[in-house]
Write a new protein. Structure first.
Length: 414
């Protein structure tokens, strides 16, 4: 695969910095906190200014945890302001590269593929990153950090781990840095794509640094964690990430099917996982009925509006499939990797890069798991189609938090 030049760029303390700039204040000189302080001292601090960050104060804490000896400016969150500011930043990025070479990862973060632009600008990757960052600072007063790498993963890790400690807020990693830098990182949850749940499972195997992952074979991880998570663990531990910026932009825009649900109340992470499984069952039925298979799986989670947080990720499968359990394993892997202990309010899933299901060559050495699974699922479909869509359900769907019993909620399937 051709090596790319990716810039992972992030707006530093975005919400708080946007509030400072909007008020004509310097984010590095003002102790500002974004929070719904009307909820009392137990309210979450959504963001703190760089001034407070430099004092070691982090976001996502509680108001009562903030130091009492500082005169802090408290402001209510204004999502419209942040969205408008983010749009201005993205428009600056588009002045340097085409939109298809930018993937907006979140409201304050993006991946930019500059591979085909360096010769045009007659600049090095670091020089181009500096020019983009300087333009954002000059026009909008916002500070950015950037990681540069041969793929999205290494660029992102370079930014998260090292860039903020460098004077120019830039860090560049190559494949030569995998062994000297990536492998020495601990705890593992500091790495993009490794959540606390994954870290705990790896710790149980006496794995505490990224490099320790190579103690075991790829086959070991696949057997222990499943095909999706097993392969992802080994690949990321060695700096391997084949998905490109254009892949991310094109995956869900290709022929696809999706479903989303706004929950009628705040759900805790365990309850939300049940809803995710039910939604996968429903979307998978559509996939089977249309005799299609998918190569792409997408999950998006929005937390309660009180937190103004969300996450989303797309995974490209090694081969197209309609296997319900394997697709849920993939969704569950994304979910567990990113989920935090915040109330969930919206869940969205999608299958992308759909194609017609064709005859498959069955290996003499592999189990044909797909055949038996689909055979009994198709039988369940026939029963539900004849006697009612909720005649046969999972036992877990009898839980009070289940929504599948009220299928009218899913009229927004597209």
């Amino acid at each position: 695969m051709k090596e790319r030049t990716i810039i992972s760029i992030d707006l530093k303390s975005f919400f708080a910095s946007a509030e400072c700039v909007n008020r004509g204040l310097d984010p590095y000189k003002v102790p500002l906190v974004v929070s719904d302080y009307t909820r009392g001292k137990g309210a979450i601090t959504l963001a703190v200014s760089p001034y407070l960050r430099n004092m070691g104060i982090k976001s996502r804490g509680r108001l009562f945890e903030l130091p009492k000896d500082i005169k802090i400016m408290y402001v209510l969150p204004r999502m419209k302001l942040y969205e408008e500011t983010s749009k201005k930043v993205m428009n600056i990025y588009k002045e340097f590269v085409a939109p298809e070479d930018i993937h907006v990862y979140s409201i304050d973060e993006a991946f930019i593929d500059v591979t085909d632009y360096l010769k045009c600008y007659k600049l090095t990757d670091i020089e181009l990153a500096e020019k983009i960052m300087a333009t954002v600072k000059e026009r909008l007063g916002l500070t950015t950090t950037a990681g540069i790498g041969p793929n999205i993963f290494l660029a992102k890790v370079a930014m998260d781990i090292e860039a903020k400690h460098n004077k120019n807020n830039i860090s560049k990693w190559t494949y030569d840095d995998v062994q000297t830098k990536l492998w020495n990182i601990s705890p593992i949850s500091k790495i993009w794509g490794f959540g606390y749940r994954s870290e705990k499972k790896l710790n149980n195997l006496n794995i505490y640094k990224v490099g320790d992952i190579n103690k075991y074979s790829r086959e070991f991880y696949i057997k222990r964690f499943g095909k999706v998570m097993g392969n992802d663990i080994v690949n990321k531990a060695n700096g391997i990430y084949s998905t490109t910026v254009r892949d991310l932009n094109n995956q869900i825009h290709d022929k696809s099917m999706s479903i989303s649900q706004i929950l009628y109340r705040n759900y805790d992470p365990k309850e939300a996982l049940l809803i995710l499984e039910e939604m996968n069952d429903m979307l998978n039925k559509r996939l089977r009925n249309k005799r299609l298979v998918t190569k792409i799986v997408y999950l998006g989670i929005n937390y309660s509006k009180d937190y103004s947080l969300s996450f989303h990720e797309t995974i490209s499968l090694s081969e197209s499939t309609d296997n319900r359990d394997y697709l849920f394993e993939t969704l569950k892997y994304i979910y567990n990797k990113h989920i935090q202990n915040y109330p969930v309010r919206k869940i969205s899933i999608a299958y992308g890069r759909l194609s017609n299901k064709t005859a498959e060559q069955i290996s003499l050495f592999d189990k044909d798991e797909n055949y038996n699974t689909n055979e009994y699922l198709e039988l369940i479909d026939k029963i539900n189609d004849r006697f009612g869509s909720t005649t046969l359900l999972r036992a877990s769907s009898l839980e009070n938090c289940s929504t599948i019993k009220n299928r009218e909620r899913f009229k927004n399937i597209i």
